[in-house]
Design a protein around this ligand. Structure first.
Ligand SMILES: [Zn+2]
Length: 718
């Protein structure tokens, strides 16, 4: 999972412009998409679901999931999958199955690093145990390694390259420093970029090997108290992770676009664009410090200086010897699925998912999400045992190998692509559920308003509704980031969805609406051994209250989508969001209004807003008076479900055919990238392509407007 980089300022500021209303603990009478009778029944079901959630049981689940290290492809990870399947059967879920995908995997055989000049130093590559936390003494914990590092051995000078982004290498070049054949040492953040992008950049520069370390300025003592006294990373913590080029194509590198089932075609490794070709190793700052403090080259620029009490230099006479041996062979990954078959619309699916593989224990990532999920599925199972079956089918997925290349969810999505394209109402992803109290909700455009509305019906453990708490914490965050935009319902949801977790296949490959949910806070032990049970029960979420809030929110959101009379997909809001994307594109430094006119696209986005508003103006009163026949409701929902598909381009965006959504994609850094094809054409100065892609967008928006007119006609026709 992508790690958000947070500010560490204390959150004491309160904002006058947020009108904090009294906690609306009683569900409001109206729920978008429901008749009054339907809303009353829904509110009852939601109360039942919410009251079934127990923090104690979540704590027990969490203790189980964090009991042993369980990276993808290990026996321990398979046992976790098996446990989830058995538990789901006991809970009463239907269609429980384990799907096996034989994918190109990655495992550590051995790693070693020594400084050979100007002094001898042998890197520890291990995390220090602490008496207070017995899990830190488990001999099963791996040493430092990077998923999909190449195997190899190199002895070469070491160059410090800041964050390892292209502009950093440009500065080195200007300083006359050649990185070809060298070992390059970079830090994880400042600014953050996905480690796979650092690897690709280094590979393109001809670097022999890449060392990535955690500087205390980003997630260590410069932020606050470190483990085991606080939530930040201690001296020896190691951020493991993969460097797969999954921004090109996620999943098994050898089956791009289809599932890794027995007998499926595999492309040769030489043709696999997502496979890195560089030796890489992560380091704690304990092991990076001797390299950095022995450098005697030019002093690094001010913003390259880090949190260690030394002068950071660009390189010099430090020489290191690095050896990495990997087993990057085919391994079985296991996805667990289960469902509750819908009573009225069994072929309309609401899918909820989380991954089960972890770099070590995965206290936050992903075991917090897995614990929240298991308690939520238990509540759904308990309702089913009482004969309460949702109208639409609810499907649950426990993915594998997310940490390697979003692998399990991608293979599963590819295997069932035909069904999912027509049946999937929405995908609701929870990777980490809680590393603190601050809610972060994301949604593709049409789902954003219903997510905001749902948070009004959930209590925040800090008091008031989750909606109130969300507005407040977002206001504090914007203040810290010097973002002057006032917080409102219309902008509190993150509608700029990048990659970095299991929603990717559903949004970008299949073109289905998605929601992503998380609570976060100060968290400096990501992908290290210290992301464990002790960390969670002492710092992240003592008492599992936010885990429980997540179980409630996730379940209630799913229930609304599964029960709604008219699906709460808001295409008026989506039209507005597309208008914002176009405004932001016009502010891109590379944009030239004389070369690309966005007026037609703006006009069509407005047309979509108008047509959607007209449809909504018919739906709302008809729902309120219960005047729509079941045939009309079924027809309207079938039309609404086609809304996202109009933004799918079958051939994909230029250069990345797997990514088919024309509104959403991700940059190579994992950062969100809206209007990807137009934006990338603009940024490369390819105005013909930019024009062609803008026409594709205009046509998609026209098709969407026509669809909304069909919706209006379906409601109007009695
Ligand atoms: Zn994760």
């Amino acid at each position: 999972m992508l790690k958000r980089v947070r500010s560490s300022l204390t959150r004491t500021v309160l904002f006058a412009f947020i009108g904090v209303t009294s906690a609306q603990n009683q569900p409001s009478a109206a729920i978008s998409g429901f008749t009054p009778a339907g809303a009353a029944a829904e509110a009852k079901l939601e109360s039942q679901l919410k009251s079934a959630i127990s923090t104690d049981r979540i704590g027990q689940y969490h203790r189980y999931f964090t009991s042993v290290p369980h990276p993808a492809g290990t026996k321990a990870d398979y046992e976790v999958a098996h446990y989830i399947a058995e538990e789901w059967k006991k809970q009463g879920l239907e269609g429980v199955a384990i799907r096996q995908y034989d994918v190109l995997g990655t495992r550590q055989v051995s790693t070693s690093l020594e400084m050979v000049a100007p002094k001898k130093y042998t890197a520890v590559l291990r995390e220090q145990p602490y008496d207070i936390d017995p899990d830190t003494k488990n001999p099963e914990v791996s040493s430092a390694w990077i998923g999909f590092s190449s195997s190899g051995e190199v002895t070469a000078p070491v160059v410090y390259a800041h964050s390892g982004n292209p502009e950093d290498y440009q500065l080195l070049r200007q300083q006359g420093i050649d990185v070809k054949g060298k070992i390059v040492l970079v830090r994880y953040s400042n600014p953050y970029s996905y480690r796979g992008f650092k690897a690709l950049t280094a590979q393109r520069m001809g670097v022999a090997a890449l060392l990535i370390y955690s500087d205390p300025a980003e997630d260590g003592y410069k932020k606050g108290k470190v483990f085991p006294e606080g939530p930040w990373g201690p001296e020896s913590h190691i951020q493991r992770g993969a460097i797969t080029y999954d921004f090109m194509v996620p999943g098994d590198p050898l089956t791009p676009g289809w599932a890794s089932l027995p007998g499926a075609k595999r492309i040769p490794e030489t043709e696999a664009v997502s496979l890195p070709h560089i030796i890489a190793l992560p380091l704690s700052w304990h092991d990076a410090k001797p390299l950095l403090e022995n450098m005697d080259g030019p002093v690094a620029p001010t913003d390259w200086q880090g949190g260690l009490p030394i002068t950071y230099r660009l390189g010099g006479s430090v020489v290191a010897h690095l050896k990495v041996e990997m087993d990057n062979s085919t391994q079985p990954y296991y996805v667990v699925e289960a469902r509750i078959k819908g009573s009225e619309y069994p072929d309309e699916w609401v899918l909820l998912g989380n991954h089960h593989d972890a770099w070590v224990y995965g206290g936050v990532d992903p075991s917090s999400g897995t614990a929240s999920m298991m308690e939520m599925t238990r509540a759904f199972g308990a309702m089913l045992k009482q004969g309460i079956r949702p109208r639409r089918t609810i499907v649950f997925g426990s993915w594998d190998g997310e940490e390697i290349g979003l692998t399990g969810s991608t293979e599963w999505g590819e295997q069932f692509s035909d069904e999912l394209r027509t049946k999937l109402v929405a995908y609701l992803n929870v990777d980490s559920s809680a590393s603190g109290p601050d809610f972060q909700g994301g949604a593709s455009g049409s789902l954003a308003p219903m997510l905001v509305e749902t948070t009004r019906s959930i209590e925040d453990p800090g008091g008031g509704t989750l909606h109130d708490a969300w507005l407040k914490s977002t206001a504090v965050e914007r203040e810290e980031e010097h973002n002057p935009q006032p917080v409102s319902d219309a902008n509190v949801v993150n509608t700029r969805i990048g990659s970095g977790s299991d929603h990717t296949v559903f949004l970008n490959f299949l073109g289905r609406p998605v929601i992503t949910l998380e609570f976060d806070g100060p968290y400096g032990v990501y992908h290290s051994m210290y992301d464990d049970y002790y960390w969670m029960s002492n710092f992240g979420d003592p008492g599992y209250k936010y885990h429980a809030t997540m179980s409630q929110l996730w379940g209630v959101t799913a229930l609304r989508l599964a029960q709604a009379d008219v699906l709460p997909l808001d295409f008026q809001f989506y039209g507005e969001i597309v208008g914002q994307f176009l405004d932001e594109l016009a502010k891109n430094q590379k944009y030239d209004a004389t070369k690309l006119n966005l007026a037609a696209a703006h006009k069509e986005a407005k047309e979509l807003e108008t047509a959607s508003a007209q449809a909504e103006a018919l739906i709302k009163p008809a729902l309120a008076t219960g005047k729509l026949s079941s045939a009309q409701l079924a027809a309207v929902n079938q039309l609404l479900m086609k809304g996202e598909a109009n933004f799918v381009l079958p051939e994909g965006i230029p250069g990345r055919p797997w990514f088919k959504h024309i509104l959403y994609s991700a940059r190579y850094t994992y950062a969100h990238l809206e209007l990807p094809a137009i934006t990338e054409a603009v940024e490369s100065g390819n105005w013909t392509e930019a024009q062609r892609q803008t026409e594709i967008l205009v046509n998609a928006l026209r098709a969407e407007t026509a669809l909304m007119q069909q919706v209006a006609a379906a409601v109007g026709a009695r």
